[in-house]
Design a binder for this molecule. Sequence first.
Ligand code: NAD
Ligand code: LMR
Length: 332
Amino acid sequence: MDRIKRIAGHFLPLGSAKAKVAVLGAAGGIGQPLSLLLKNSSLIGELSLYDVANTAGVACDLSHISTACKVKGYSGAGQLHDALRGCQMVVIPAGVPRKPGMTRDDLFNINAGIVAVLCEAIAAVCPDAWVLIISNPVNSTVPIAAEIFKRAGTYHPTRLFGVTTLDVVRAEAFIAELLGADPKDVSVPVVGGHAGATILPLLSQAKPQLQLEPPRAQALMARIQDAGTEVVNAKAGAGSATLSMAWAAARFAEACLRAMAGEGGVVECAYVASSLTSLPFFASPVRLGRSGVEEFLPLGPMNELEQRNYDTMLPELAGSIQKGVNFVQKRQ
Ligand code: NAD
Ligand code: LMR
């Protein structure tokens, strides 16, 4: 893995296998398009698709695509360990999505147990893998994963991520729309967590710079914070964001794989174990390297509106983190 060469814009490891990546929840609304996008990655040698059911069809379908990445499907708890064997990265979109009127925290009772079981298997089979958690409520499921790994003695805080890329992607899309710019030219940090007020887009640090009166800045911030609910309501009972989430997760997974392969200067926002604030977990821009998170980028200056949001968000995020920790402590 030491010698690297740039191929088609990516650093790939020379003389070593490409990554083996598992998607847990691969037959779901996010899992299927995410697996499709990952099948297209030149950094992945093998995709391991796991779900409680219906994975054979998804794997067979994807295996007919003429890219080099191999695809194999695994169905049911009896095949979970086989799915994880040899994986360097595990992406988890398993769990139930919201319906209109629900909060992400309303998913806790079902998804907490799902994430805990999957992380126990990761600890047993591929304890060094990078783990990317999509399942909601992310503010709590990431602390749950951390506690499960601690209990198993396999916790690598620099390699456990709550995927908050969709918040960044949305912020980029909405700002580009507002400015009439190409979204690829827009960047904006989104910090905190992944639910309502804990999603804090630092619009004052957006590039290109935004010149918005406070009420318009507040409206834009609220739209980014409520964008998940916008999709839940538009889908009217048929689930939450799947396609945009798959795109965002594929972007984050690809960033992790590039860093893993030795590319320098890879920066993305993610919800990680962090020393930036008084909280044990916090989303911020992080620099990724071969061993995972290598640097927390500073939060930077906040304007009055952002500082107010930051102050009110901290207790809510602290409560969600503690809820996850308590769940594992009470678990046999
Ligand atoms: P979905 O219901 O379409 O798919 C979930 C899949 O998980 C299903 O195929 C189901 O069979 C599978 N599953 C359930 N229990 C499982 C288990 N024990 N092991 C393996 N697989 C299991 O839901 P979706 O729309 O794909 O959403 C999945 C999760 O992602 C939800 O919790 C949702 O809230 C969350 N989400 C997060 C973000 C984010 O930004 N982090 C964005 C969108 C959705
Ligand atoms: C999102 O932001 O779209 C996801 O967290 C799903 C949801 O429930 O809003």
